[in-house]
Design a protein around this ligand. Structure first.
Ligand code: KIV
Length: 254
């Protein structure tokens, strides 16, 4: 798709029913992101989510997907530091969920884990820039790599991930100019989130783009629906119908 100049559409999903809709709409890639920690489980960060929980979400998504490529995030603590543990984690995801690839945050610092996972024939998508699993190092979710030193390191990491054999790289919340330069310099596609229009594709979190996640409105987010309003209206109407006895009607009973 990169060679053809065709943009790649990626969206997160965490369950069977939504995956069916996302896949049916023609999405290229479905990401079972560890953002599930935030939008599904209500944690403040992505750190607490476990491998078992990621596999549970991924199983449903794989079941609901016929066409799209399904990529699953390796959660925090399952691949940093020990490449053997990283491979065991990735194998569990592949075996137990049936997904086609894993995503990992980091560059040089996770080189040995990326190498070992790739050597087992498991496709790896990289993730650079704002890497939410490192929130305690960064301290904020602000734009990354605005300074020259960090931008240079990101360029080196992107090249390294390509050389190791990653098939794509997510670039999160970095200046658009830097993302465009990285995209231009690589053969593999970049998928941006808050990284401008120069990337080969874009990714958003399902709940954010559907407008379910009311309090979250970063500059990069485009809302394609206002489901919070639709759902709230439906819930209120249902409560009212139950309370006043108008549901179920005679046609809605046996
Ligand atoms: O976990 C996630 O949803 C992600 C995307 C924001 C890229 O990593």
């Amino acid at each position: 798709m990169k060679q053809r100049g065709e943009k790649i559409a990626m969206l997160t999903a965490y369950d069977y029913s939504t995956a069916r809709l996302v896949d049916g709409a023609g999405m290229d890639v479905i990401l079972v992101g560890d953002s599930a920690a935030n939008v599904m489980a209500g944690y403040d960060t992505t750190l607490p989510i476990t491998l078992d929980e990621m596999i549970f979400y991924a199983k449903g998504v794989v079941k609901g997907t016929q066409r799209a490529l399904v990529v699953v995030d390796l959660p925090f603590g399952t691949y940093q530091g020990d490449s053997h543990e990283a491979l065991r984690s990735a194998i569990r995801i592949m075996k137990e969920s049936g997904a086609e690839a894993v995503k990992m945050e980091g560059g040089e610092d996770i080189k040995s884990s990326v190498e070992r996972i790739l050597s087992a024939g498991i496709p790896v998508m990289g993730h650079l820039g704002l890497t939410p699993q490192s929130i305690n190092k960064f301290g904020t979710y602000n734009v990354r790599a605005k300074e020259e030193a960090e931008a240079q390191q990101l360029k080196k990491d992107a090249k390294l991930l390509e050389d190791l054999g990653c098939f794509a790289i997510v670039l999160e919340k970095i200046p658009a100019k830097l993302a465009a330069e990285v995209t231009e310099s690589l053969h593999i596609p970049t998928i941006g989130i808050g990284a401008g229009n120069g990337c080969d594709g874009q990714v958003l979190v399902e709940q954010d783009m559907l407008g379910i996640n009311r309090g979250f409105s970063p500059r990069f987010l485009r809302r394609y629906a206002n489901l919070a309003e639709v759902m709230d209206g439906a819930f209120r109407q249902y409560i009212s119908d139950v309370k006043d006895g108008s549901f179920p009607s005679s046609e809605e009973q046996y």
